[in-house]
Design a protein around this ligand. Structure first.
Ligand code: S3P
Length: 176
């Protein structure tokens, strides 16, 4: 890669199941960007799963860990960061992301999200909201902040992970 993307980090934000992890993995594996998967890094450091952290320490504690991790990225470049779905809800987090690179919002319809998250129980905020309506409600509440934070928005319904990766690289001007 010649290229601009090595200078700038990319922060993938969006709702749970929007494809942040899969797309980040693709940008890492196929396009050589360094990868930071925020949830995984937090789980590794805490020695607990995300549901356990929510249960034992509470959501605010988890949100503090997200902000702490983003603070560490100051001056970073060439990393694709797969953000937890709530990370862009804090103003400070958005500011930290913008200082280090571009924010890319991955969007999907509630119906698509439901299909993608079906059968997994590792998202505390989706417990009791496993319906299209439940997902739409939470998504609508988050939409204004997601959209205000985004430098670039990519709709992911009916696209493959590779197509999404290529679209991101083309639209960020990272690919020749
Ligand atoms: C959350 C999303 C999850 C995880 C936590 C909270 C949220 O990440 O950080 O369960 O508030 O939307 P994914 O978006 O990777 O599922």
């Amino acid at each position: 890669m010649s290229r601009k993307e090595m200078r700038e980090s990319l922060f993938l934000i969006g709702f749970m199941g929007a494809g942040k992890s899969a797309v980040s993995a693709c940008l890492h594996e196929a396009y050589g960007m360094r990868l930071l998967e925020m949830d995984q890094e937090i789980e590794r450091r805490e020695g607990m799963s995300i549901p356990e952290i929510f249960e034992k320490k509470g959501e605010e504690y988890f949100r503090g860990l997200e902000t702490g991790l983003l603070r560490e990225l100051k001056g970073d470049s060439g990393t694709v960061v797969s953000c937890g779905g709530g990370a862009a809800m804090r103003e400070e987090n958005v500011k930290l992301m913008k200082e280090a690179g571009k924010i890319i919002l991955l969007r999907a319809r509630p119906e698509t999200i439901l299909k993608r998250v079906a059968g997994s129980d590792d998202r505390p905020l989706l417990r009791g909201r496993g319906t299209v309506e439940g997902i739409r409600d939470l998504m609508e509440g988050r939409r204004p902040r997601y959209e205000a934070a985004a430098d670039l928005t990519v709709d992911t319904d009916e696209k493959t992970v590779d197509e999404i990766c290529r679209e991101i690289l083309e639209r960020t001007g990272a690919e020749d």
